[in-house]
Design a protein around this ligand. Structure first.
Ligand code: NAD
Length: 260
């Protein structure tokens, strides 16, 4: 379905971003990966699906790195047809103790980076398809873009912000072939959440399994993690023809978290 298209997925060396990159690659899209840590492993996983893949190491807190990444993607693949703004970090602390530097980093990586990538890819998307426009911008927000949780001030502010940015991006391009939507996962067992499970196990002097059960029971009625594969399939839906008129939604995949 996406053969010949190029997807730039930020923060895709791990977790949800990698899951979405693999789902888009399965549909034939070429992939520009981004993120830190092991790069060869994710690159090989994507390449095994028979598409072209590259990696750019842009630090998503730096506007100049982001500009370089978008230019490098266009130079390597010719265009950016699908943009997935996924890179994100977390820090858990009450507001009065929240390190200022962590606040700035979370807002920069989880929110401002999506403004930069979006403004840089939009002209190309609007010119695509003989000037009629074609593009998909998918923002990985969170259930924390819809509801709050204590001790996550910067994260909740950034995620509510990206849901707002999603709506404005969708509205400004509503008469074109460029859509913008957000995905709002509940708990997904990635390194970002494993750190929170570990902290809970240490604080309560309980096993990892008990800490995991507690974490789910507190917020997620299904008592199940959402998987990167499920989130990847939702991203594929947004890119499909059936998604042509889905504009500005913040779609939660959260086991009932926000329904309470
Ligand atoms: P993860 O830690 O597994 O992956 C984060 C990715 O972002 C990695 O590839 C990492 O290298 C990259 N990254 C981090 N800082 C970066 C930077 N400065 N520049 C470039 N890349 C950077 O986390 P995840 O759980 O897969 O999270 C991905 C997204 O999903 C985040 O936006 C997160 O807020 C969101 N999310 C996660 C959950 C969850 O339960 N795991 C729930 C809702 C939303």
């Amino acid at each position: 379905m996406l053969k010949g298209k190029t997807a730039l997925v930020t923060g895709s060396t791990s977790g949800i971003g990698l899951g979405i990159a693999l789902a888009l690659a399965r549909q034939g899209a070429n992939i520009m990966l981004n993120g830190f840590g092991d790069i060869q492993g994710p690159k090989s996983e994507v390449a095994a699906l028979g598409v072209q893949v590259d990696h750019h190491g842009a630090d998503m807190s730096r506007a100049s790195d982001i500009e370089d990444m978008v230019n490098a993607t266009k130079a390597r693949f010719g265009s950016v047809d699908i943009l997935v703004n996924n890179a994100g970090i977390q820090h858990v602390s009450r507001i009065e103790n929240f390190p200022v530097e962590r606040w700035d980093a979370i807002i920069a990586i989880n929110l401002t980076s999506a403004f930069h990538t979006t403004r840089l890819v939009l002209p190309g998307m609007l010119a695509a398809n003989n000037g009629q426009g074609w593009g998909r911008i998918i923002n990985v927000a969170s259930v924390h873009g819809l509801v709050g949780s204590a001790e996550k001030s910067a994260y909740v502010a950034a995620k509510h912000g990206i849901v707002g940015l999603t709506k404005v991006t969708a509205l400004e391009n509503a008469t074109t072939g460029v859509t913008c939507n957000a995905i709002c996962p509940g708990w997904v067992l990635t390194p970002l959440v494993q750190k929170q499970v570990d902290a809970r196990a240490a604080a309560g002097n309980i096993s990892n399994a008990d800490a995991t059960r507690q974490l789910l029971a507190e917020k997620e009625p299904s008592l199940q993690f959402t998987t990167p594969e499920e989130l990847g399939d939702l991203a594929v839906f947004f890119c499909s023809p059936a998604g042509n008129n889905v504009r500005g939604v913040a779609w939660n995949m959260d086991g009932g978290w926000a329904a309470q």
